[in-house]
Design a protein. Sequence first.
Length: 120
Amino acid sequence: MAEVLVAIMILSGCLFCLLAAIGIVRLPDTLIRMHAATKAGTLGAGLILAGAAVWFSEMGIVLRALLTLLFLFMTAPVAAHLIGRAAYLSGIELSSSTWVDHLGEDLENKDAGENASGDT
């Protein structure tokens, strides 16, 4: 029974990693590509690590897998946010399917607030 569970976890993880790779190639702009790579890639790697932890079921390996998962889940969203913000501020073109630009609105409001306070 454990073999079937491990096989399902590892194959599902591989499929999510494949989905992330396809998303990087097929999606239209940097921000959407980054989203696909971060979400699907993290889930895929997590499932593969969990499958390896279940398969070996030794305390040392399980602990390493859990610590790696914790590190991955803590750093991937932060890294994606910083990469997306840097890409946006460097002037990348947004896709035509992007309807809302919250960061642009926030930057405009911040600039307007600085200009208003600087005029007094």
